[in-house]
Design a protein around this ligand. Structure first.
Ligand code: BGC
Length: 563
């Protein structure tokens, strides 16, 4: 049996029928997924142990956030060797075993690639520090002389996305202050110079390295940022530009659209020439077969999205609108229509993500009650909207358990965003806490080392949210996800066909038809409503009842109906 025989639905038309056109992809954040070697930190052996669980969830693929050697200044997104495994996460043999076991269970494996920057402890950066201005070693990065009489001012006014200036000055070999280097993120994450052929060739080597180990795809970090305006112009609104990547606005609002529009072909982001890089990558991926893929992280305006996913560039672009969409039927409809249209012209699938390691958990974001109840109901309802849409869905670990963000004491915070903003922004730690597997108190089966201090503290009160507890609760979020992901595959109405919106006349009701006979109704109000369609209930995220006037749908609830 060849490896590919482990997968269902593998067809040969690379553009329309590849697995990634309609996959459910589970994001594993390795340090917080599961500890397999009893040191208190999540690792690759923990991921291997968790594979049966992921298979039982019904996802098609896993995406692993970085597990590469790193000083961990940005939780692994500061990579010092992109072609190895950090010993804290295991070995390359563990990785190979993970791929093999995942494949045996029908799960594809996507790994993160971080091409925009490296760690300040990457050998290239150490060499650059030891080399003079203008040297080959420095030209792999963006080293510039400063402004001012003695070069004491940064080369321009660019701001780091994590706060503060995007430039840091170095001491030269003679001990005097010297040039500045660019870092769009933390000062420990120097940006690579993609105008440099060596940088391009090295990334291709990284892709090959993991492809040769059998990976099925890549998640491309900061994919919109690689190409820069090499004249390094001052920006009119440098803070606004760096904040544009952090969307906390209603995505349909004018302000959000203006911010995103400002990114298009700007000095720092989404430059037209970035696609030359992805064309090279696409050729390489194609040479490994038609079912290898890459998904790009690129917050770009809808009219720019298709360039990343056309036939000669990459395959998917993350749809981030559901990370920020308000619980409002009218806005949701607009956002869905826009997202589908944005990629339809190039035949790429839309993608939907309710949460990830950079955003608040969806239960917290949508919750407006102190007990989080509305948040949970709405998150479940939003999941059933997303899972019924065409394209791929990305599920961030713990989302399927309905977890909310954890209140992290300031003294325990780890995110560079917290440090670089001098505490003004709390950062992303609340959604990165180690997963609860079983038991009634920390560490909830995450590790069997009971005296371990976890990198972020788990809360009391997660006993009902463990995998073990939710597994046996028929109404749990885990079992809702299992049911929706299974139906998504098995029900013909959900696996094909356009989205046709139904006008219900009620601004609190989102309703659309998929395929010939499935109708999805989301009640975003806090009142019961009567379903605008008649049919057999396939799945409901919340309370429903049959009344004299037909099916009644409870507050903050989505229902899938077979009509
Ligand atoms: C990743 C973040 C990371 C940043 C810098 C983002 O896109 O998702 O977690 O901090 O890139 O690498």
């Amino acid at each position: 049996m060849t490896e590919v025989d482990h997968f269902e639905n593998v067809e040969q038309d690379p553009e329309q029928h590849s697995w990634w056109q309609r996959a459910a992809v589970y994001q594993v954040y390795p340090r917080s997924f599961r500890d397999g070697n009893s040191d208190g930190l999540g690792d690759l052996r923990g991921v291997i142990e968790g594979l049966p669980y992921l298979a039982s969830l019904g996802v098609d693929a896993i995406w692993l956030s970085p597990f590469y050697p790193s000083p961990q200044k940005d939780a692994g997104y500061d990579v010092s060797d992109p072609r190895a495994v950090d010993p804290m996460f295991g070995t390359i043999e563990d990785f190979a075993e993970l791929v093999q076991q995942a494949h045996e269970r029908g799960l594809r494996v996507i790994v993160d690639i971080v091409p925009n920057h490296v760690s300040a402890s990457h050998p290239w950066f150490l060499e650059a520090l030891d080399s003079p201005p203008g040297s080959l070693q420095r030209r792999r990065f963006h080293f510039l002389d400063g402004r001012g009489a003695n070069g004491e001012l940064p080369p321009n006014n660019w701001e780091s996305i994590f706060g503060g200036a995007a430039w840091t000055r170095v001491k030269e070999a003679d001990g005097t202050w010297g040039q500045w280097y660019l870092h769009l993120f933390d000062s420990t994450q120097p940006d690579l110079n993609w105008d440099n052929d060596e940088v391009r060739a090295d990334a291709l080597n990284t892709l090959k390295f993991w492809l040769d180990l059998g990976v099925d795809g890549f998640r491309v970090d900061v994919a919109l940022g690689l190409a820069k305006d090499m004249t390094y112009p001052d920006l009119i609104d440098p803070i606004g530009m760096s904040q544009s990547l952090r969307f906390d606005l209603d995505p349909a609002s004018q302000e959000a659209m203006d911010r995103r529009a400002g990114l298009a072909n700007s000095a720092l982001f989404d430059r037209d020439e970035v696609h030359d890089i992805y064309r090279e990558w696409r050729s390489l991926l194609n040479s490994y077969g038609s079912d290898k893929m890459a998904v790009v992280e690129a917050w770009v305006p809808p009219e720019r999205a298709s360039q990343y996913v056309s036939r000669d560039t990459l395959h998917q672009i993350f749809g981030f609108d559901f990370l920020v969409v308000p619980w409002d039927a009218t806005v949701m409809r607009a956002v869905i229509e826009r997202a589908i249209e944005a990629v339809a012209t190039v035949g790429a699938p839309p993608t939907w993500a309710l949460s990830n390691h950079d955003s608040p958990r969806v239960v917290t974001r949508l919750g407006d009650g102190a007990d989080g109840l509305n948040g949970l109901a709405r998150a479940r309802a939003l999941a059933l909207v997303a899972h019924a849409l065409p394209g791929s869905v990305y599920v961030y670990q713990g989302e399927e358990l309905g977890l909310s963000d954890v209140q992290i004491p300031d003294s325990a915070r780890q995110d560079p965003v917290w440090f670089r903003s001098a505490g003004e922004q709390k950062g992303r730690d609340g959604g990165r806490v180690p997963l609860p597997w079983f038991g009634t108190e920390p560490p909830y089966g995450f590790t069997d080392r009971f005296d371990a201090t976890l990198w972020l503290p788990q809360p009391e009160g997660w006993a009902k949210s463990t995998v073990e507890a939710e597994d046996i609760d028929p109404f749990s979020t885990l079992n809702l996800y299992r049911a929706s992901l299974a139906l998504r595959h098995s029900h013909p109405g959900l696996s094909s066909g356009d989205v046709v919106f139904l006008d219900t006349g009620d601004p609190c009701v989102l309703a659309f038809q998929r395929g010939a006979d499935v109708v999805v109704v989301a009640n975003t109000s806090s009142e019961w409503i009567t379903a605008p369609a008649i049919g057999l209930v396939l799945l409901a995220s919340g309370p429903i009842e049959t009344g004299q006037s037909g099916l009644r749908i409870g507050p903050d609830t989505t229902v899938w109906l077979q009509t």
